[in-house]
Design a protein around this ligand. Sequence first.
Ligand code: NAD
Length: 465
Amino acid sequence: MPDQPRTDHPPHPTEHQVLDPATGEVVATVAATTLEQVDTAVVRATVAQARWAAAAPADRARLLRRFAAVVDAHTEELARLEVSEAGHTIGNARWEAGNVRDLLDYSAGGVERLTGRQIPVAGGLDITLLEPLGVVGVIAPWNFPMPIAAWGTAPALAAGNAVLLKPAETTPLTALRLAELALEAGLPEHLFQVLPGAGPVAGNALVEHPGVAKIVFTGSTRIGKQIMARSAGLVKHVTLELGGKSPNIVFADSDLALAAATAPMAFLDNSGQDCCARTRILVQREVHERFLELLAPAVESVVVGDPSDEKTQMGPLISAVQLERVRSYVPDGAAGIRGSAPDGPGFWFPPTVLTDQDAGAPVATDEVFGPVAVVLPFDDEEDAVRQANATEYGLAGSIWTRDVGRALRVSRAVAAGNLSVNSHSSVRYGTPFGGYKQSGLGRELGPDALAAFTETKNVFISTEA
Ligand code: NAD
């Protein structure tokens, strides 16, 4: 038989087109990073990291604050870029650029407070040193390209590491711009490099590279599991932020009007492409019907359209592939509430709440990652907790009740990393964020964010010698 071409390494594109999700038009073409370029980036980052770690903490903090100031000066530009590559509403995109700035500032404040401990022991002095890991690989998804890139990058830099950031194929533009702004702010060359390209090529190369000490991955649970398995070969540190199927639990004793008014944007924000989206709306049976009456006008009045219009609340999905995936979850003729969406070019799907689905239906169990939710009734507190926890995920959730004791009992009983009572808040740069179960491993953000990018070294100094 003649020699066959090798098929174990299928060719990957040498460049990626970035499409505007609202129009489907090409806004940029970005070259994909090759394996050789990843190797070079690791070598350069290793050199830059050693110098960065040796610099005075106050100088590192000052440079990160300057980076925050430069991001602040470019908020509008970064926000417009996010609108064009990810289809985010302009209001959200401005918040996202502000989140990057605030997180850089917050992390800069940690540089000089990254203290070890002095532990009482016999015969000497025992201290712990928190040392940087070295080079950190951050692999980001397309749904919140800019803030999620920063959640790994800012604390890693603050803790004395270098960062190699691999953005998603579809959304590399804000990441590339952030790397330029870092240089403009005076951060050392090669300390923060962006490597756009294919996940299985540039992303996997970071995972398998012995010169990369940690991977911070945000993305699907499927790829997250692969990354964890591959990192095991080098016993590499990993933080995983994965999928979700979060409950919004509405008790009969809640402010029902407020719960219904806020439920739509709790799953429609970012067109539902949000790992914290409250897509399982669990409603106590005795108010189920009344809740649906209140929910219908709230869903129907959500403004869907041009994301650059200030009045728009929901934009398009990221891509044609995602649109098909979302469509496939909504059975023909399913009963429910539907909002509107533009016709024509772009990747549009209307706000959709399904009201006749079984708790075991794929749309009620899988992460759809689109503007689709289900409403399911429950009987009592125990049943609410049982249904809330009947998922492999555990990222977020909301609890609506006026009973403080119940709010606390249910907060303790729901196995998820980010809960909110009488609100839908999930993410603040100053509070920890991450998932239980298959929603992830480790925490980002919050007061301990820098520590996740350090090794603890224990040193005992004898006083007897
Ligand atoms: P994805 O897993 O397909 O890709 C995420 C990133 O991983 C991309 O940069 C991709 O190029 C890269 N990648 C893909 N294959 C890889 C490989 N073999 N090796 C290394 N890198 C690889 O996810 P996505 O579709 O871009 O993002 C959507 C998913 O992200 C959703 O499931 C969502 O729930 C999840 N998400 C989770 C959080 C969280 O904090 N928990 C936040 C946002 C998004």
